[in-house]
Design a protein around this ligand. Sequence first.
Ligand SMILES: NC(=O)c1ccc[n+]([C@@H]2O[C@H](COP(=O)([O-])OP(=O)(O)OC[C@H]3O[C@@H](n4cnc5c(N)ncnc54)[C@H](OP(=O)(O)O)[C@@H]3O)[C@@H](O)[C@H]2O)c1
Length: 224
Amino acid sequence: MHFPHAYKAGENNQTVRHPSGNGKPLIDYDLSRRYPDTWQAMEKLVDSGKARSIGLSNFNILKTKRILKVARTIPAVNQVEIHLYLPQHELHKFSIKHGILLMAHQPLGGRPVPAVRGHPDQPFPTSDSTVVQAAENASMTPAQVCLAWAVQRGIPVVPKSVQRQHMEQNLAIKRLSDKLFEEVDALETKRGGPTRFLDPGKHLGFDIFDEDEDQPVGNGAPWD
Ligand SMILES: NC(=O)c1ccc[n+]([C@@H]2O[C@H](COP(=O)([O-])OP(=O)(O)OC[C@H]3O[C@@H](n4cnc5c(N)ncnc54)[C@H](OP(=O)(O)O)[C@@H]3O)[C@@H](O)[C@H]2O)c1
């Protein structure tokens, strides 16, 4: 189950991405709140043999708890944004406790499209001076340091590249020493908190990552 919100159904009754006139998506707010029903429908796909494994993406702790309340099948995976500036420690602990494999998308910071890009003014962790220095010390590239840090935490990564050389580097990571691991691991704290580069809040009109309220709570966007 991708983003925990649902777009309005098209004429063929499938859930589709359906931009409105102002470039904003048309949200089915009721269906967006009924994602536990969607999970149960996905479980039926497992029952009927049409799917072997089912999982989540971009689910926070609050929303995953709602899934776990109804689940007969524990989500195999939850793929979320994780990198040195957004380590997701709480979600990681929670996922381990419940047997859900947390997977890192955008492990190098990602390249979200402008509509959903958070902190466009900030550089990605691959150009952080601490990461560049660690890479030099370990005879690795900055990207390899970012990936090794996640993998050493037990988090699988899905970096994307269009360059063969980068793909080969991303497959050839090695272990960081404890000292270098700790140096790069401290970056989030050193920067004063997490930085999320994929943030669809302004595009959707609500915050899917809100841990206090299960969004969307209302039936419209601020611009409606
Ligand atoms: N589930 C979700 O909601 C979700 C959301 C976002 C992304 N994803 C998935 O996550 C994967 C990665 O996302 P992403 O592409 O945004 O983030 P990313 O892998 O963190 O970053 C990709 C960027 O890093 C560069 N790069 C890759 N390897 C490199 C290397 N070894 N050295 C230097 N630069 C390197 C790429 O440039 P080059 O091409 O020039 O190498 C590209 O600009 C994709 O498969 C995507 O579909 C999932």
